[in-house]
Design a protein around this ligand. Structure first.
Ligand SMILES: NC(=O)C1=CN([C@@H]2O[C@H](COP(=O)(O)OP(=O)(O)OC[C@H]3O[C@@H](n4cnc5c(N)ncnc54)[C@H](O)[C@@H]3O)[C@@H](O)[C@H]2O)C=CC1
Ligand SMILES: O=C(O)C(=O)Cc1ccc(O)cc1
Length: 307
């Protein structure tokens, strides 16, 4: 296969960047990978693990002569990184990102990119609770959506080329507008993370009452919450600070529903509870039927057939 890009620069060398590097290399999608991370320790680990051809000592140096630069830092750091790499970018280069929020990232990155550089924001809907340069693996994006969020003047060839790169890493591609993306992701990812953080916080708060029984007897539901609540604190702080409107909107709806369930429990309204849980079970089933359950053995097949 001929490479889709010559030199690719990855700025921020954590879970997503290292997974991209492993996946791009495995499929021969690019000629050369240059990396940069802010901390010297992370750069040393990246050199040791060896997923980049070269680890630079500044974001500016990493981005010089790159055909594609992908910003893989926490959402709150995207603007500062863009201002540093802007002057290094060559005409015709593409800048993309993998941030979990799109509206503020676009607003903060776009002003720093010179004329003639293409900006194609993207968001792979794949991750784990692990972070850092040792956490990456080539299969992370397989059969997972990558949402491309073109800006008003995104060059269509640049969009198509970036989509080809993500397809090469195994991802399914969709396009969305930034505002819509942020609302959808608030429902499917951001607010659920906040709820998991809260539930684990409640358990911690009660730990003096329950002693260590929460850990000892933790059942599957609580374990799922603890996995999610182990996700990187800086990344998730930035997600909520940057997707404020959608998060507050969805939290408002969540609180209303929770109060309704609370009232049903207080009143002994079993019908309400049963109807509610029947409706939510149907949602789970429709996710599995659509081939979007990554735990299911047939994950991704329904979609792949339609491609
Ligand atoms: N972890 C996940 O499940 C997913 C994360 N994302 C997004 O991908 C981005 C990266 O996330 P992860 O790889 O999980 O994070 P991570 O914590 O594993 O890695 C972040 C990297 O960025 C570096 N960094 C932080 N600030 C920096 C700065 N100012 N300049 C240069 N490097 C800096 C850190 O040293 C680290 O190497 C975030 O924007 C996140 O919202 C997107 C999809 C899934
Ligand atoms: O691990 C999980 O449960 C996830 O939800 C992964 C994830 C985290 C953040 C994203 O922006 C996209 C995907």
């Amino acid at each position: 296969m001929t490479a889709i890009y010559g030199r690719v620069a990855l700025i921020g060398l954590g879970l997503i960047a290292s997974s991209m590097a492993h996946a791009m290399r495995r499929a021969g999608l690019v000629d050369e990978i240059v990396g940069y991370a802010r901390s010297a320790e992370t750069r040393d680990i990246a050199r040791e693990v060896g997923f980049c051809d070269h680890v630079a000592d500044s974001a500016f140096d990493a981005s010089k002569d790159a055909d594609l630069v992908v910003l893989c830092v926490p959402v709150g750091a995207m603007g500062a990184v863009a201002s540093e790499i802007g002057p290094a970018l060559k005409p015709g280069a593409t800048v993309s990102d993998v941030g979990s929020v799109k509206r503020t990232v676009i607003a903060e990155v776009a002003p720093h990119l010179p004329q003639g550089v293409h900006f194609v924001p993207a968001h792979p809907l794949a991750g784990t609770e692990h972070s850092g340069p040792r956490a990456g693996f080539a299969e992370l994006f397989e059969n997972r959506y990558c949402i491309i969020v073109p800006v008003a003047d995104s060059d269509r060839d640049a969009v198509a080329r970036l989509a080809d790169l993500w397809r090469g890493m195994g991802a399914l591609i969709d396009e969305m507008e930034a505002e819509h993306h942020d609302l959808v992701l608030s429902v499917t990812s951001h607010t659920p993370h906040l709820i998991a953080y809260t539930m684990v916080g409640v358990a911690d708060d009660l730990s003096r009452v329950t002693d260590s029984e929460v850990i000892k007897y933790s059942a599957a539901g609580f374990r799922d919450f603890t996995r999610i609540a182990a996700s990187d604190p800086v990344m998730w702080r930035d997600v909520f600070l940057n997707n404020k409107d959608a998060t507050l909107q969805i939290l408002g709806r969540f609180t209303e529903e929770l109060f309704a369930l609370q009232r049903a429990i207080r009143r002994g309204d079993g019908d309400h509870l049963q109807e509610y849980f029947t409706r939510t079970r149907a949602i789970r089933r429709s996710i599995i039927e659509a081939g979007q359950d990554t735990d299911a053995p047939n994950f991704g097949r329904a979609k792949a057939k339609g491609d």
